[in-house]
Design a protein around this ligand. Structure first.
Ligand SMILES: Nc1ncnc2c1ncn2[C@@H]1O[C@H](COP(=O)(O)OP(=O)(O)O)[C@@H](O)[C@H]1O
Ligand SMILES: [Mg+2]
Length: 326
């Protein structure tokens, strides 16, 4: 049994089986501070990371040539609405040692270790390309992507680019209190449009955002297009030392999300506590079978549980790769 299967098993044991169908997607903002994301199998992370050092790993599906860094800076400036983030219960630059900030420190640690080879971990190919996804709408992909981006940008040396790739249901800009007309869709449709024209440099130091852009009817299909593949390759070579986080559509709603996942070095898979049906998790993870590095985040966990049996989860491992000794 792989580590991710074990993680799913433990996460699933906290869930209500089949408690929600895909149609009841919307999650509520009610009681954001009573919810959280905590580290479920943190004790496994060191072992898992060590396992990545062993030979015979599968190569990533997409080989990205490093053309060397280029200095691309967003020409637009936008002020993130920090007050709104606080109301949502999200990480903010001044979160300090708040619960949510602590939780995201734990979540980002293995991601950064893989991306940059910190703490003795092997640097994962394209490990700086991180996609946040989930089975269904409303589970907390955007919330997680924003929290990770702000946490990484405010506490580390790394510059973060947050890409809103949930192009048909984009909410990144609204959550951040930013406005922009053009973005990823426009770049994909018009290769002559310079990326720097659509990037938004924010008032959070080291955080740049690429909006989804103008919505069009076949927007999601673009994610699986060769333009998107070239875009990811291009952006990875422009920003080899930056973390690039892709907020993405749910895996069970659109086949394009699983194609996008194959371009990434790492995938963060969000599960909504007590809501995501177990069969949805299993089905969605099957869509990620080609991805080597998948982390799990159990989101929206009610507080007040009894320690490790309740509450939270972040599993991390190479899907189908890591076979822990029992
Ligand atoms: N851990 C959390 N605590 C409180 N509210 C949350 C949490 N995660 C998500 N939400 C809220 O749930 C709703 C759905 O989250 P969102 O990130 O938009 O889901 P998705 O991107 O998966 O569709 C939003 O209103 C968001 O603010
Ligand atoms: Mg979203």
């Amino acid at each position: 049994m792989s580590i991710i299967e074990r993680a799913v098993g433990r996460i699933a044991s906290t869930l209500t089986p089949n408690s929600r169908g895909p149609e009841s997607a919307a999650a509520s903002m009610e009681g954001p501070r009573e919810r959280g994301t905590r580290n479920l199998i943190e004790e496994s992370i060191d072992r898992i990371e060590a396992s990545f050092d062993r030979p015979g790993k599968r190569p990533s599906r997409m080989q990205i040539e490093d053309d060397g860094p280029a200095t691309v800076v967003g020409s637009q400036q936008g002020d993130v609405d920090i007050g709104r983030l606080k109301e949502m219960g999200a990480v903010t630059p001044d979160s300090g040692r708040s619960k949510v900030a602590e939780e995201y420190r734990l979540i980002k640690r293995p991601l950064l270790a893989n991306a940059f080879g910190h703490g003795g971990a092997e640097r994962v190919r394209n490990g700086n390309l991180i996609m946040v996804t989930s089975s269904l709408p409303g589970e907390g992909k955007t919330f997680t992507a924003i929290n990770l981006a702000i946490s990484m940008a405010t506490e580390l040396e790394h510059t973060v680019l947050l890409v809103d790739a949930d192009v048909s249901k984009s909410t990144v800009m609204r959550y951040l209190g930013l406005n922009a007309k053009r973005g990823l869709i426009d770049v994909l449709q018009n290769p002559d449009l310079p990326l720097s024209d659509v990037l938004i440099k924010t008032n959070i130091a080291k955080l740049t955002v690429l909006p989804a852009g103008d919505s069009i009817s076949h927007a999601t299909e673009l994610l699986a297009s060769s333009s998107m593949k070239h875009f990811v390759r291009d952006i990875a070579s422009r920003y080899p030392d930056r973390i690039i986080i892709f907020d993405s559509p749910p895996l069970l709603s659109t086949s394009e999300a699983s194609v996008l996942a194959t371009y990434m070095g790492q995938v963060v898979f969000v599960v909504e506590a007590e809501r995501t049906p177990q069969d949805a998790i299993t089905d969605a993870l099957a869509h990620l079978a080609d991805c080597e590095h998948i982390g799990l985040v159990l989101n929206k966990v009610a507080s007040g549980g009894s320690g490790g049996d309740y509450g939270y989860g972040y599993g991390y491992g190479g899907y189908g790769e890591y076979a822990p000794e029992q």
